[in-house]
Design a protein around this ligand. Structure first.
Ligand code: DP6
Length: 359
């Protein structure tokens, strides 16, 4: 039997962040985190999974290029271990085709959207509808992907169990509850990060004293942001978001050797947002930075134009993308181009390094 399942998912931006694991392989975090799922019409990964095709090995086509990918292989190994008994087809070699509608080198994390789309495609193939299960499947690929399984606003509960069965995301509110928020993404560097999230988290947890201090207060930040979302209290959300981003980057700097993701442009953006809020007399915008120098400015849509014009003036800003809040992953009809590609690959597997183009 051959099954083809396609899904699309968007990245998310964390307001209270995940930086540190209690279990590396299962990706179990040391704290809860809270995020906004972005709009899949702006930023999206589309993944097609073919199960039961007559192939000898797993084949991955990522953004039009065939390649081995250790991160995906590890995720598939964990997914197979989890589902293999109930769904033996997953144990057979798979063909996976994944494409981002935003450049991978745009400095926007694609692992959250990529693994959320993969989890949704696996779920679609076997008729799994339990969101908790889909969130765990996504988490096995990348911790932050567990949150992208929901639209709107999500909270990843760290859980306590060693097997990770209680570590999954839940939705705080759907998009419709607070659709006015946007993420203004300010790109100043498109290079791949020098220290991966995985290596960075390990180093921070091992060497930073400050990391333990952040852990003491993070529960409060998670509750504050969750409450701010429920009450649509932008100022409370902005305050905790900026404080937690600063706290996380402080623990990175406190690691040994130090990890520095923010650059001069990031620091100018921070100053510009503080000045903007000062002029307004209230918190109208909040910055947050993931493991990279590109700023994410959370604000209301009506402020976005002014913020974009302000930040465009900063030297070194290469591109600005504005994304609203999204609805979460969707099972989709496999695009025609991908279907044709699947036929070609299943018919002739010796593709060498050929560029496979858009799919
Ligand atoms: C700074 O989810 O990419 O963006 O679980 O090792 O794949 P792995 O890490 P990943 O880390 C995300 C870190 C962050 C904060 C966040 O999104 O919560």
């Amino acid at each position: 039997m051959q099954i083809m399942s396609s899904a699309a998912a968007a990245p998310n931006i964390a307001l209270v962040k995940y930086w540190g694991k209690r279990d590396d392989l299962r990706k179990l975090p040391i704290n809860d985190s809270v995020s906004i799922t972005l709009d899949e019409r702006e930023l999206c990964s589309t993944t097609t999974l073919v199960l039961g095709g007559k192939i000898k090995h797993d084949i991955f086509i990522l953004n039009g290029k065939r390649g081995p990918d250790a991160h995906i292989s590890e995720a598939l190994m964990l997914i197979r271990k989890r589902l293999g008994k109930k769904y033996p087809l997953i144990r057979k070699p798979v063909l996976l085709i994944s494409q981002n509608n935003f450049p991978t080198a745009a400095g926007i994390a694609s692992s959250a959207s990529g693994f959320a789309a993969l989890a949704q495609a696996v779920a679609g193939a076997f008729g799994i509808v339990d969101k908790r299960e889909i969130s765990i499947l996504a988490r096995l690929g990348s911790g932050s992907a567990s949150r992208s399984v929901f639209g709107g606003y999500a909270r990843w509960r760290m859980g306590k169990r060693a097997d990770g069965e209680d570590s999954f995301a839940v939705q705080i509110s759907p998009r419709a509850h607070w659709p006015e928020l946007v993420d203004v993404i300010v790109i100043s560097d498109v290079e791949k990060k020098k220290v991966s999230s995985k290596a960075g988290m390990e180093r921070t947890l091992k060497t930073s004293e400050l990391c333990h201090c952040r852990q003491e207060h993070i529960g409060e930040a998670v509750e504050d942001v969750t409450r701010a979302i429920r009450k649509k209290d932008f100022e409370a959300l902005a305050f905790s978001t900026m404080r937690d981003s600063n706290a996380m980057h402080a623990t990175m700097l406190d690691s040994w050797p130090p990890i520095i993701y923010m650059n001069d442009v990031s620091r100018e953006v921070v100053a510009a947002i503080h000045a903007y809020n000062e002029r307004a007399g209230s918190l109208r915008a909040a910055y947050t930075f993931d493991a990279g120098p590109n700023a994410h400015i959370i604000t209301k849509r009506k402020e976005a134009g002014k913020i974009v014009r302000l930040l465009q003036k900063i030297k070194g800003v290469k591109k600005i993308i504005v994304s609203g809040v999204g609805d979460g992953p969707k099972q989709i009809k496999t695009p025609k181009k991908t279907e044709l590609l699947v036929e070609r690959i299943l018919g002739k597997q010796d593709l060498g390094d050929m560029i496979l183009g858009d799919c």
